[in-house]
Ligand binder design. Structure first.
Ligand code: C5P
Length: 287
């Protein structure tokens, strides 16, 4: 197995306590880090007589995973900067202002792009997620740090996918000491953050720029306006009030709008699937 140049998929199946053993989990993490794909076992009756996580997934699920892993390498000419997660704007050493964002959409995009052969730099705010194999991860906190990390890669990239939920404001003042509770109300003055994507749109230089628009109404009109204002090539709009299309989950319901005015409304699907649709659309723009 170690000698093969082919992609490798491992489907572990065993007793639940063996599977949960920290030594085994550490070994799985090690394998993931070097690029092996691991298919999580299913839950249910185990051959040893226990109930729990450890069942070999259904053959259909294994086949699906193999098909996905063998997907065409059609992004080998791209170096993509993908941003993910929230930004965190500190008030004091303990508190910060942030946005709701799990980072799952951005990580799914980074994973799909890397699997399809792109060189990927993932610039991520704080999340609970692990960097996908083959992706260079740069961890940031504030919008200003995210902006700088993007600019450091901008000259050499072919496109930017801006899935991060960047805070629009940061506290005007950072208190080096913890702000103590008082009796009256507390006012915090906020200063605007740079609109990173808009800035990139002003110096486009042949790069493809993809933005996201999380909206609570007037989806297409708002998204289209952002596409024009920020000089983007594509915007992925989703209505966060719809079931299955909000934050934190593994699914999304999105509408893709591009600079030519083409609009594509996609049904509910996993964030991994949506990532592939977004890159399929990117390739139509390249052509
Ligand atoms: O916040 P807004 O809805 O305008 O975000 C649309 C797009 O702009 C998103 O892709 C987001 O990542 C990006 N953005 C940014 N810098 C900001 C705010 C948003 O790049 N300060």
């Amino acid at each position: 197995l170690m000698a093969t140049q082919a992609p490798v998929l491992i489907a572990p199946a065993m007793n639940i306590h063996m599977y949960e053993n920290p030594i085994l989990q550490e070994n799985l993490r090690k394998l993931r880090r070097v690029g092996y794909e691991i298919l999580e076992p299913g839950e249910g009756y185990l051959a040893c007589g226990y109930e729990g996580k450890g069942r070999l997934p259904d053959p259909e699920a294994i086949l699906d995973q193999i098909r996905w892993q063998l997907k065409k390498k059609d992004l080998t000419n791209e170096k993509l900067v993908v941003t993910a997660g929230p930004s965190r704007e500190p008030l004091d050493p303990i508190r910060y202002i942030s946005n709701r964002s799990s980072g799952k959409m951005g990580y799914a995009l980074a994973r799909a792009a890397a699997r399809r052969g792109a060189e990927v730099v993932l610039i991520s705010g704080p999340t609970a997620l692990m960097a996908p194999p083959g992706v260079k991860l740069t961890a940031v906190n504030t919008a200003a740090e995210m902006r700088q990390a993007i600019l450091d890669e901008y000259a050499t990239c072919t496109g930017v996918v801006m899935a991060a939920a960047v805070a629009d404001y940061h506290p005007a003042q950072f208190s080096a000491d913890k702000i103590k509770r008082g009796t009256g109300s507390l006012q915090v003055r906020l200063e605007p953050n740079p609109d990173i994507l808009k800035e990139l749109g002003q110096r486009k230089d042949g790069k493809l720029l993809i933005g996201f628009a999380a909206e609570t109404g007037n989806l297409e009109a708002n998204a289209e306006k952002k596409l024009r204002e920020k000089n983007l090539d594509m915007i992925v709009a989703n209505d966060v009030t719809r079931e299955g299309g909000g934050f934190d989950g593994d699914t999304n319901i999105a509408t893709i709008i591009d600079r030519r005015g083409a609009t594509r409304s996609l049904p509910l699907m996993s964030k991994d699937e949506l990532a592939d649709h977004i890159f399929d659309h990117l390739l139509t723009l390249r052509r």
